[in-house]
Design a protein around this ligand. Structure first.
Ligand code: MV4
Length: 559
């Protein structure tokens, strides 16, 4: 074992010469880049559908792992650990989704003598149960939303607990996360049916019908803290990310710092996050999620025991490479003192580009990417997993890329994001890019007035609409007419509606789950069209701006 000459560091416990990336798409590319920068060989697995995908081209080595369905490829933990051994990989990086939060994979790696680039299996397992993690957090002095810490035995127990907490309350699945098995209850009359519904949904989603109660928080923000923890007892906070802009429990836009968090709150939330990580013996990079209510009180929600999709906004305001720090920690090296004093510099905003049509209920938009122009220039970062000529299939999560803009302040970051979205061109499929153009014109978004229900409310109210040029397109009118014939009345996402976490990979069933919202979005779009035609409401006020956007679209030759 060699002792590093610089700084009297401890010896590296482990040498990592080759790492196997057990993921696909943009995150596989992201991890391979960090490995290349560190002089570590990067290997990647790929399914039959991803034979010609970008990670395969960028990796030093690539290995087929099975047919397209993830259950037969990216989710084959045992086969992937076996492959790592065969090819002489010293470690596995799981990325996010797929195997990343399976304690079992971390355990299998350990047994096979392969380093898992993530936390210990025990830390993953400890954060897997909401009731158990709430108990741990209370013991550690981390604020949790007022409520229970044990599953409710029956309806009588639920009644007693709800009276104690005070209505409105929230029923949540003990095994879950991500909004599944969650029900808001306004008053005692609604408890019985919500209890039954939450139970059966929890059972269906997690194979466990245990539910518990929390006080319902109105219009909170989702603010999360990035932590790093080494194997020598140092755990640091790298500040927060504001992730309130979500569509049906799936993040759409993230930023750092949060417009709602100043130095004092950042310090307190950071301390709580560090206490949370310590309480479960955490090492590697992790994220502690909080709800921040309108009084500035924050409450632990859950911990994501992996690298997250939105980690780049933290990287942009700290200048750190979080994947490189994961590698350093996995090698057994200590985090330096300087990481205790990291403060955010400037502001970063990330938007997630999905192969979905935001103006038609976020319908999946698979197809071939005929042309791809990614934005560049000052303050812009692309984490893109696809290339021109590439195929977007329905097998996996439809996120194509993340577009991140950094500026000295929020205004500059947003201006650069707008400029970048203007440069962006993706032909052949629909993407969520136009939604972000609309959001950049939204007064609440611009002012940083965010809460977790805001995006769903605005989408349902038709406040974020397509440009006039798109509205006038004949194909669009046909689609609206067809949808009108097929739907009647209102349907919409309610707070508490179940939705699979995007980070966990998209299953075919999710399309069925999307249908009510697709119908709702079409109906709202239709109403917006009628309002515009009648020349009243916000639509007509926006027309000048939209038509300008339309001309710019036309000039760029989009669609
Ligand atoms: C809540 C809440 C209000 N009060 N808990 C949704 C998913 C999940 N992990 C927790 N969630 C919420 N829990 C109480 N007691 C509101 C939400 C919530 C939410 C939280 C984070 C991000 C987006 C959200 C969207 C709707 C509701």
């Amino acid at each position: 074992m060699s002792r590093s000459a610089a700084g009297g560091r401890r010896p590296r416990a482990r040498e990592l010469r080759k790492v196997l990336v057990a993921n696909r798409g943009e995150i596989a590319v992201r991890v391979l880049r960090a490995l290349a920068d560190l002089g570590i060989r990067g290997a990647v697995v790929y399914s039959e559908a991803d034979r010609e995908a970008l990670p395969v081209l960028l990796a030093d080595e690539a290995y087929p792992i099975g047919p397209a369905p993830s259950s037969e490829s990216y989710l084959r933990g045992e086969a992937i650990v076996e492959l790592a051994r065969e090819i002489g990989a010293d470690a596995i990086h799981p990325g996010y989704g797929f195997l990343s939060e399976r304690a079992e994979l971390a355990r299998m790696c350990r047994a096979a003598g392969v380093v898992f680039l993530g936390p210990p299996a025990k830390a993953i397992a400890a954060m897997g149960s909401k009731t158990a993690s709430r108990r741990l957090m209370i013991e550690a002095g981390v604020p949790v939303v007022p409520g229970g810490t044990e599953p409710l035995a029956d309806l009588d127990a639920a009644r007693a607990e709800a009276e104690r907490i005070g209505y409105p309350v929230m029923l949540k699945a003990a095994a879950g996360g991500g909004g599944k098995g969650m029900r808001r209850v306004e008053e005692p009359d609604g408890l019985a049916s919500a209890f039954r519904a939450a139970r059966s949904e929890a059972k269906a989603s997690f194979g466990d019908d245990a539910v518990y109660l929390e006080k319902y928080l109105a219009l909170p923000r989702h603010v999360e803290i990035q932590v790093l923890a080494d194997e020598h007892g140092r755990t640091v906070s790298l500040g927060e990310r504001e992730c309130s802009l979500q569509r049906r429990h799936q993040k759409v836009v993230e930023e750092a710092p949060s417009p709602a968090v100043g130095p004092e709150l950042r310090r307190r939330m950071g301390e709580a996050a560090v206490a949370a990580a310590r309480a479960v013996g955490y090492t590697s990079a992790g994220t502690v999620e909080f709800l921040l209510d309108r009084d500035g009180e924050f409450y632990f929600l859950e911990m994501n025991t992996r690298l997250q999709v939105e980690h780049p906004v933290t990287e942009m305001v700290t200048g750190l490479d979080l994947v490189a720090w994961q590698v350093l920690i996995a090698r057994g090296e200590p985090l330096p003192d300087a990481l205790e004093r990291v403060e955010p510099r400037g502001h970063a905003v990330e938007v997630r580009l999905y192969a979905e049509d935001p103006w038609h209920g976020f319908a999946p938009s698979p197809g071939t990417i005929r042309h791809l122009r990614l934005p560049e220039g000052p303050g812009i970062r692309n984490d893109c997993g696809v290339q021109a000529g590439g195929e977007v299939t329905v097998h996996y999560d439809p996120m194509l890329a993340k577009l991140v803009a950094w500026g000295e302040d929020r205004e500059q970051a947003l201006a650069r994001l707008r400029r970048a979205l203007g440069e962006l061109r993706i032909d052949g499929i629909r993407t969520t890019a136009p939604l972000f153009v609309a959001l950049l014109d939204d007064p609440d978004f611009r002012a940083g007035r965010l809460d977790v229900g805001m995006l769903d409310r605005k989408l349902a109210a038709g406040e974020l609409g397509p440009p006039a040029a798109a509205r006038a397109a004949p194909a669009d009118e046909e689609a609206v007419a067809a949808a009108e014939a097929a739907t009647d009345g209102e349907a919409g996402a309610e707070d508490g509606e179940p939705m699979e976490s995007r980070d966990r990979g998209r299953e075919p069933d999710d399309l069925a789950a999307d249908l009510p919202l697709i119908a709702a979005a079409i109906a709202h779009h239709d109403r917006a069209l009628r309002r515009a035609a009648a020349g009243r409401g916000t639509a007509s006020a926006l027309r000048g701006r939209w038509s300008q956007a339309g001309r710019r679209e036309a000039l760029r030759g989009a669609r």
